[in-house]
Design a protein around this ligand. Structure first.
Ligand SMILES: Cc1cc2nc3c(=O)[nH]c(=O)nc-3n(C[C@H](O)[C@H](O)[C@H](O)COP(=O)(O)O)c2cc1C
Length: 254
């Protein structure tokens, strides 16, 4: 009797090894659904410590963008306006020339963020362009803000699931985000992602934009320590400054 008791566990173990060697679907570790991997890894633990993920599809992280890619989505007057070739970029508060290239202020900061953090740039672009005349754009921006308009966007981020971190840049328009950024946030579910805002302005900074962002994306982690600069200082923003801010966020460059 005593020897049977000793032999039985060994027979069971032998059977288990044999079955797993037979393989089939999920034979390579990489093919095993997440729930099963967790179960295997926790087999040797006390029963009370074992937690098996019920729904591997939801919890692998792939859908929430845990592949870790970085998106830099931004709105800027340049890219949303058809400027005449002889546009006066030098005296305009909203335009910047660097290395013979015309930039919008926010667009310029976006390029520095990309250089510092890596990732993909995405211009939040409206279907209808804004007037090339600054005052006309100002009037239109005021009207859109007053009417809580949602300008139609020209495109959307199709592979949103791949991103876990979204830098979101915009100019302050009427103590708020431009309404096109509301369109962007309403059309893109950023739940489970980290949103890192940056703003350029005439001096108002973020105003109430960060709390508006949190309301629109209640299941995202909105970083409060965003980057801000003014249109008169944007020319002096250096890569090192942006890099130091990005480094302080503790995100990995992909
Ligand atoms: C329609 C409109 C509204 C603006 N409202 C504000 C404002 O309320 N507060 C502020 O500080 N700057 C305001 N500005 C200035 C812009 O925020 C600033 O020039 C910004 O750097 C422009 O960025 P961009 O070149 O990327 O478009 C406004 C500009 C426009 C065109």
């Amino acid at each position: 009797m005593k020897s049977k008791k000793i032999v039985l566990p060994f027979v069971c173990m032998f059977m288990m090894v044999l079955l797993s060697a037979c393989g089939g679907k999920g034979e390579k570790t990489g093919d095993v659904p997440f729930a099963e991997v967790e179960k295997t890894e926790t087999e040797n633990m006390d029963k009370a410590d074992v937690s098996v993920t019920e729904n591997p599809k939801e919890d692998t992280g792939a859908e929430k963008g845990e592949s870790g890619k970085i998106l830099i989505a931004y709105f800027s007057r340049v890219g949303n306006t058809d400027f005449a070739d002889d546009v006066d970029a030098v005296t305009s508060a909203s335009l910047l020339v660097k290395d013979n290239r015309l930039y919008g202020n926010t667009q310029y900061v976006a390029t520095l963020v990309q250089k510092a953090a890596g990732g993909d740039l995405f211009l939040i672009e409206t279907k209808e362009k804004y007037p090339s005349d600054y005052d006309e754009t100002d009037k239109q921006g005021e009207k859109e803000n007053r009417e809580k308009a949602r300008p139609e966007l020209a495109s959307r981020v199709e592979n949103l699931d791949e991103y876990s971190t979204v830098f979101l840049g915009f100019p302050n328009w009427y103590y708020d985000m431009p309404m096109a950024v509301y369109s962007f946030l309403e059309e893109h579910d950023l739940s489970g992602k980290t949103i890192i805002p940056f703003v350029t302005s005439g001096g108002s900074g973020f105003s109430d934009a960060i709390s508006a962002m949190k309301e629109l994306e209640p299941d995202a982690d909105v970083v409060e320590d965003g980057f801000e600069t003014t249109h008169s200082k944007v020319d002096e923003v250096t890569f090192d400054e942006v890099k130091a801010w990005v480094n302080g966020l503790g995100i990995e460059k992909k």
